[in-house]
Each structure stands twice: as C-alpha cells, then as structure tokens.
Design a protein around this ligand. Sequence first.
Ligand code: SF4
Length: 425
Amino acid sequence: MDFGPLNNLSISVEKQGPTQISKASFPLRYGKYSEIKTSEYEFLFNLNGEIKFIRGLNVNWPHPAEQLKRTDGNDWVYYSVGDDSSENGINSWLGEYYLPCLPYPSNSIWEVNYLANPNIMNAFAGWPQLYANLYGGTSGGIHSKAKDLINLILNNDESVLYERSEKLRSIIGGRVSVLPPDTRHVDYEIIPITVADGCLYHCKFCCVKSGNKFHARSKTDILEQIRQLMAFYGRNLENYNAFFLGNHDALQAGAELIYFTASEASRVFGFEKPGVKTPMLFLFGSVDSLLTSENELFEKLSHLPTYTYINIGFESIDSPTLAFIRKPVDITKVRDAFQKMLEINAIYTNVEITGNFLMGEQLSRDHYQSLIELLRDIPDPLRRKGAIYLSPLMDSPKKRELLPQFIEIKNQSRLPVYIYLIQRL
Ligand code: SF4
C-alpha cells in the first residue's frame, strides 16, 4: 500500500519482495518490509519497524547498488560494489556482488574506508533526521496504516535498537563472534541458537575463539532459547528461513542434540510449513568432530526440511604450518576429514560440507603448494558441492596483496574457492 508523498516523504507501509534471498548485482529486497523515501535517501524497515537498510538516492551517493545494512547485532555494514565489476572482480573473490565493509576489525583483503566518505556518513545523519521528522508525521490527516507504521518506527529509536541487540545476546548466551561463510547465501540473515560453547583446539592464530572448554548445552536450555527467540523476532520471524547452530563447533554436540535442535527450531519457527522455500541450517564443525560424526547424523540431517551447510576449519594440510598457527591436529587427520567431506557431499543431496583454509603473507610456500595439490587432485567432485573458503589471517595486508595467491589457488582447484571474511552477528 503506497500513500504517496507526505510532507516530502513517500511511505510504503508494506511491500513484498521475493521470499528467498538470491544473488543480484543490484540491491535486492526480500521478504516483507516497509519503505520510506525522501528526496535523498531510501529507508527500509523490517516488520517490527526496525531500520534495516539505507541507500542514497542523490548523485553524490557512491553507486546506486551500494547501501548500508543494519544487522541484528546492531552493526551498520556498508555494501560496496568495489571498483572491479569484471568476472575477476568481487564476484569471483566472494561469490557475491558486493564487498561487506565492516565497522569493526576483520580480516578483509581489501579495505574500503567508507567512514571517510562524507556522502556515506551523511546517510547516518539522514536517519535521525527522518526519525525527528516522523514525530510530526502522526498528526493530521494521514492514513491510519501509515500512522501505525510511523509509531512502530518511533518505538525503535537508537537506544531501543541497541537494547534489542543486547537482548539477542542474552538469549543465546553471548555474541556470535563469527558466522559461517556459507551464511552469505542468505545475506547473513540467520536466527542463532547456541547448542554448545567453546571449541576443541584453542588455536593460537584464532581471533574469534571464546577461551571456553567445549561444553554442549542442555535440551532445556535450547528449548528456552527457541521460545525466547520466537518472542524476540516477533512478526519479523516470517522474513527468516535460516538458522545457525552456534557456536564454534556445534558438530561436536553430536547427532542427537543437533537433530533435536534443528527439528524443534524448524517446527517452532514455521520452517516446515508447506510453501516455505527450502530453509537453511548452518553450523561449524572441526576436523575431529567431522571424523567422529557417525553416518547416523548425516542420515538424520538429510531427513530435515532444511538444506544443511556444515563448515569445517581445516586451515592447512602442511605440518609446519599447523605447528606455526598452533592448531593441535596432524595432517593425516586433516586429509581424512577432507576425504570424508567429499564422500558426504557425494552421498547426501541436501547436506553440504564446506572447508576453510588459511591465507597470509606469513604462511610458507609449502602451505600453498600442499593446498593447491589437495584441491587440484580431487577426483571428479560431484556437482561442485563443497566450496573452499580461504580466510586471511587477521594481520594480513589489506590492499589486495593476497589476491594473486588466491587466484592461483582458485584457478587450480576443482572445487569453487572464495575468500572468507570474518563477520559477527
Ligand atoms: S579456529 Fe576454531 S577450533 Fe581453533 S580456536 Fe578458533 S574456533 Fe577454536
């Protein structure tokens, strides 16, 4: 329903985009949302009236496909299309049409200093300006639905949005410090549920670990999270069709707990309803948790209504490199786990295991050579399932120095290869 210009605002109370998030070179709108346009900016809100996207409309905005996106963790991420739209550009590096520029330290190989661009920073001023203008918008003869939307938006000022992100953290017991790379397929729009805290290895190089020993949550705890998440997402729940089982090694929680959580969450969140596009389930695993996972787990996952991505941190297939990064696994296990990944990807059509390896100037030629050989010598990968993600070490240079190395690996791999940027929720 569109109410046309109103005090220089154009308000669309509810719009319907595609229900499934897909990849496009322009800002795709998905699910149900509200939109307010001024002459300068387009503001999008989710069904709870929370600001979600801001895009500039004037000639000074860097690119019509670029925008600011607010995450459920209350971070503003700038989506840049970069300066290379060729097939060797961003899409080839990330598998997406944009580079997420993050407002916190990450491992990007190419940093765009969007905070130094006054035209982008002006958008941050445009949002409180709109908010102030909306205060006067509820008086006078405006349609009741527009009035309801404005009141909903006014209920979600900066402090409320911050409190809600804190509330999300308190429900799941902490911040999600890193999302699996596969969550790019749903634009990182996931509902997080913590099934286990900590991890097995506490590797020296890792900047996202919690320091906790691995510990699975109880079923009671998980059910309580799901109950509170239902209330937290409220009406906007219908815009999600993906969830993430946290934290750093949910696979180690075992078949029963994973299946219990995934089936309960699918049921409660309405992911099993007919007509809902294939929901997605994401989790991390480790070399050891993958090796010890019985076939029973993958059988069970294959009977869920979801398409499941399990992302494994392999890091390296070179012993001195594993010692250098202080990851306490040996290369025989890494090789066996990699082989198991290929086998599972070949057997189960709706379960996909992907893998992470490291990149960095500090890493040896042997690390890269052994990785190239591993990826080059894969026998006939089925449907190219099982993307490989290369994750730059945190202190890597951020001016594309790693790209030639990345391209060399990508060109020789029989599996798709992309760069993995650490993004939190
Ligand atoms: S890389 Fe994975 S296993 Fe190693 S410390 Fe980080 S979270 Fe834990």
